[in-house]
Design a binder for this molecule. Structure first.
Ligand code: PEP
Length: 247
């Protein structure tokens, strides 16, 4: 297997120029942990400046358009983000699926556009609390994954993030057994589409209220290959322990 852990901070709609020093501090922590791949997914307005002081971290974007250019007011293409200094992009975050009504097909198209622009991708999937309570979270999330998976999905440019929607920003997380079971189910679903070898190489991150207190236990689960971290990634003081927990 030998999957290198990936720890990704999702800053969402947070971050001004005054936070560049914090980003540099995270970059210095990342430089001390070469065994872990560390990324900071920033508002697009900060990407260019942050890329200059990123240290051992990479800079990512939080979304891209599926088209290369055109009449899409307010949107950014993957090429634009790559030119600004992004190396990765998140697609299919539940906040975009909900707020912008993005479909699985949109998510797959965005992932392909990113790939074409030379960006790597973190593709998010996850269930609502209703689905979890109804007892069919694994079936629903695996179906969502397969419907969102782009053509040519491969471990050298694509990682998956399992993010139970009810765990995002709430301080609640699933049991360790539930995380282990979901990640194993997702890996099996991937294998059914892209083959066992590629599936074994692809990283599946956990996201949803991960922090310095729970990261080590979550990332010790065999199929958990890192984390997508929101609130606990906004300062070096909080993100540092999560990075350290990954190795
Ligand atoms: C996220 O939004 O991807 C996320 C995991 O947020 P938080 O860590 O704040 O739950």
């Amino acid at each position: 297997m030998g999957r290198r852990k990936l720890v990704a901070g999702n800053w969402k709609m947070n971050g001004m120029k005054s936070h560049l020093a914090e980003i540099e501090a995270i970059g210095r922590i990342a430089a001390e942990r070469p065994g872990v791949e560390v990324g900071i997914f920033l508002p697009a307005t900060l990407i260019m400046a942050a890329a200059e002081g990123k240290g051992g971290a990479f800079i990512g974007a939080q979304d891209c358009h599926m088209n290369v250019n055109g009449a899409h007011t307010g949107c950014l293409s993957a090429d634009m983000l790559a030119e600004a200094g992004a190396e990765y992009v998140i697609v299919g975050h539940s906040e975009r699926r909900e707020d912008q009504g993005e479909s699985n097909a949109d998510v797959a198209a965005k992932a392909l556009a990113a790939r074409t622009a030379g960006l790597k991708v973190i593709l998010c999937v996850g269930e609502s609390l209703d689905v979890r309570d109804a007892g069919n979270a694994e079936a629903v999330v695996c179906e969502q994954l397969l419907a969102s998976l782009p053509e040519g999905a491969a471990a050298d440019w694509l990682a998956i993030a399992y993010e139970p929607i009810w765990a995002i920003g709430t301080g609640r997380i699933p049991t360790m057994d539930a995380v282990a079971s979901m990640h194993a189910a997702l890996r099996a679903a991937l294998a059914s589409r892209i083959g066992a070898q590629e599936s074994d190489a692809m990283r599946i991150l956990y996201g949803g209220s991960m922090n310095g207190d729970n990261a080590a236990e979550l990332m010790a689960i065999p199929d958990v290959d890192g984390g997508l971290v929101g609130g606990a990634s906004l300062t070096a003081a909080k993100f540092g322990p999560v990075i350290a927990a990954a190795g």
